[in-house]
Design a protein around this ligand. Structure first.
Ligand SMILES: Cc1ncc(COP(=O)(O)O)c(C=O)c1O
Length: 395
């Protein structure tokens, strides 16, 4: 199995060894029977392979982990009950008091909150870096993790990936990449020198907005450590039903990512230069500051774009409240189009000053472009922008 699309469909699957079931069965069980006490002892001692308890592993979840590992080009992967459970379990596993983390801003607001509100309580120092110059300044042997999103949420900046990896490796830091936005279809960080990939599988991997899940993928020994420390002790295990839904969703990842990217580019091109839109952030646009990096690293530019409107929150609220086809909701990566105001929702955990500096302004609206007909999406955006313009004229 070498092609990505073939792996998306087949990896982790295959007929169930017990029954021949073609679709991976949902092993909806909390615990697994040992057939004698010796088997139990050997499983706990790690002398035998097998399942013990669903918090640590489950056959449906295992099939998902194998699929995602195959797609990311990782030796192994471990699934969690959310993206935040995956990120927190990984970092709690690899860090200790006195260590430092450097991250490239912006990142998802929940991750930002976890860094500053939780990790700092345990003696970890966090460095917020706005660019690669900032990163160079803070790097030292104490920095154990460099964390970033290859396409930033919600500003859609694409980092010079190889340069970040080079800098992080110069001090021996672990390069942790949140690959939620690109997914392995558009970009595979491990092939470009990253050590670990994390996912909010809630988004594109699922694709259907019907579950919450996360994953960590990387070298087998590190993933094993995350499973036995971060998963077993913190307990954020994924349920087998969600794993089943994800296995099903990922089978169409390649088809969906092409459709999301195609639609997003068409919408971005339409909105660019629109009199009611101050700026369009989408790396697929030739005018975007990260277009060169997007061309260099990404198969396509993905399904998320952001627009800036004059008038801050009141204008954005009017625009969002006027949308009819787009759903006003946080999250992204669903087949349905979604819209949100990051400053007051997803990125509200960030301090105001940091938020402004990272470009998460009060006038920014994030659009997660679904796979509907692009003409219908554009018509909806047009009528919502017209509603904002009417209010401006009345004021
Ligand atoms: C880039 C990114 N990483 C991580 C997360 C957290 O994932 P979850 O909501 O599955 O915990 C999100 C959520 O929006 C996200 O956008």
């Amino acid at each position: 199995m070498s092609g990505f699309n073939t792996k998306a469909v087949h990896a982790g699957g295959g007929a169930d060894p017990q029954t021949g079931a073609h679709a991976t069965p949902i092993y909806q069980t909390s615990t697994f029977t040992y057939f004698d006490a010796e088997q139990g002892r050997a499983l706990f001692a790690g002398e035998r392979e097998g399942f013990i308890y669903t918090r640590i592993g489950n056959p449906t979840t295992r099939a998902l982990e194998n699929k995602v590992a195959a797609l990311e080009g990782a030796e192994d992967a471990v699934a969690f009950s959310s993206g935040m459970a995956a990120i927190s379990a990984l970092l709690v596993t690899v860090l200790k008091a006195g260590d430092e983390v450097a991250f490239l801003d912006p990142i998802y607001g929940g991750t930002d909150g976890f860094f500053f509100e939780i990790l700092t309580k345990f003696g970890v120092t966090i460095h917020r870096c706005h660019d690669l110059q900032d990163l160079t300044q803070v790097l030292s042997e104490k920095v154990k993790v460099v964390f970033f999103e290859p396409i930033t949420n919600p500003t859609l900046k694409v980092w010079d990936f190889s340069e970040v990896v080079k800098q992080a490796k110069s001090v021996g830091a672990l390069v942790v990449v949140d690959n939620t936005f690109p997914t392995p279809y558009l970009f595979r960080p491990l092939e470009h020198g990253a050590d670990v990939v994390v996912h909010s599988a809630t988004k594109y991997l699922s694709g259907h907005g019907d579950l919450i899940a996360g994953l960590v993928a990387g070298k087998a020994d590190l993933v094993q450590m995350v499973r036995f420390e971060g998963l077993r002790h913190l307990g954020g295990a994924l349920g087998p039903f969600e794993a089943f839904l994800l296995l099903r969703g990922i089978k169409t990842l390649h088809v969906r990512m092409e459709a999301h990217s195609r639609n997003a580019l068409q919408v971005a091109r339409h909105l660019q230069g629109h009199p009611a839109v101050k700026a369009v952030h989408y790396p697929g646009l030739e005018s975007h500051p990260s277009h060169k990096e997007a061309q260099q690293y990404l198969k396509a530019s993905g399904g998320v774009l952001a627009i800036e409107l004059d008038g801050g929150f009141p204008t954005c609220a009017r625009f969002l409240d006027s949308l009819k086809l787009f759903t006003q909701a946080v999250s992204l990566g669903d087949v349905e189009s979604l819209a949100c105001h990051p400053a007051s929702t997803t990125h509200s955990p960030m301090p105001e000053e940091a938020r402004q500096a990272a470009g998460v302004t009060d006038g920014l609206v994030r659009l997660s472009i679904g796979i509907e007909d692009p003409e219908d999406l554009i018509a909806d955006l047009e009528q919502a922008l017209a509603a904002c313009a009417m209010v401006h004229e009345m004021v």
